[in-house]
Design a protein around this ligand. Structure first.
Ligand SMILES: [Mg+2]
Length: 268
């Protein structure tokens, strides 16, 4: 049975989230005079990520807004550093600290080098979309900033904040398929998180690919494909290989309407 559409995860799949996150927090801590509080830059990044994961889980559970999880991250991170009164920071103060981080992060944000070529290779033959555990406005702005938004229409950008449930719930994958106008068995999903992305998509009835960029060799379950690079995806789908020249992003006629006002929080 042939695959007619592909849905992608964004962070650490198309977009180098971890790289920009690391550069952003190190630059912000350096500028704030806080980097020396850690034994090493790696230790600072580890604490920031640990705090992020806790706050982001509360966002995905519906306990915090997208902006609220950013503010909570700042309070918890500064409290871990022993900053007096960190827990009492106002939303505005915490938001301003986060904005300082986000400005550094966004200066270095970039798509992975294999992202645009694979989207260009698939766009003529496949309907393309996004299913992400995030905010639609945030992800739209990010994809636009790194030059990938033109491969997708707003109609096929499905994010948990607006959809109401997060991966690995099957409903969010099926919502992505519906936006593509395809049945789940006609759609592939590609993501870097094995549980959320690969198992979630497979269990929702899609063809699932786990993007293991580090080539860890981790054994995978039944009906899970493994990719070490996005460049391997067209061959795995039986589609034409990635061309050496990167075509300019185009709004696919089958991808639905493009445009609409930018809404929602922007800043990570
Ligand atoms: Mg991801």
């Amino acid at each position: 049975m042939s695959i007619r559409g592909v849905l992608f995860d964004v962070d650490d799949t198309l977009f180098d989230y971890s790289g920009s996150e690391e550069a952003g927090i190190l630059a912000h801590l350096g500028e704030s005079g806080l980097l020396g509080r850690f034994g090493s830059p790696g230790a600072a990044v580890a604490v920031w990520r640990e705090v992020m994961e806790g706050s982001y889980a509360r966002f995905l559970a519906g306990e915090l807004t997208f902006r609220g999880q950013q503010e909570e991250r700042v309070r918890r991170f500064l409290a871990r550093l022993g900053e007096g009164g960190a827990e009492l920071l106002s939303d505005e103060e915490a938001g301003a600290w986060f904005a300082g981080y986000a400005a550094h992060r966004d200066r270095v944000r970039a798509a992975f080098p294999d992202a645009a070529p694979v989207l260009a290779a698939l766009a003529p033959t496949h309907r393309l979309g996004i299913v992400s555990n995030s905010s639609t406005g945030h992800q739209r702005a990010k994809l636009e900033a790194v030059g990938l938004l033109g491969y997708f229409g707003d109609a096929v950008l499905v994010c948990s904040d607006e959809h109401g449930e997060a991966k690995p719930a099957p409903g969010i994958f099926r919502a992505g398929c519906e936006r593509l106008g395809l049945a789940p068995h006609e759609v592939a999903y590609v993501g870097d998180k094995y549980d959320l992305d690969a198992l979630g998509a497979r269990d929702a009835g899609l063809r699932a690919f786990w993007l293991d960029r580090a080539a860890t060799g981790t054994p995978v379950g039944e009906r899970i494909g493994v990719l070490h690079s996005l460049a391997d995806l067209p061959a795995a789908l039986g589609a034409a290989p990635v061309a050496s020249a990167v075509a300019a992003p185009v709004a696919s006629a089958v991808a639905g309407p493009v445009g609409g006002a930018v809404a929602g929080p922007v800043g990570g």
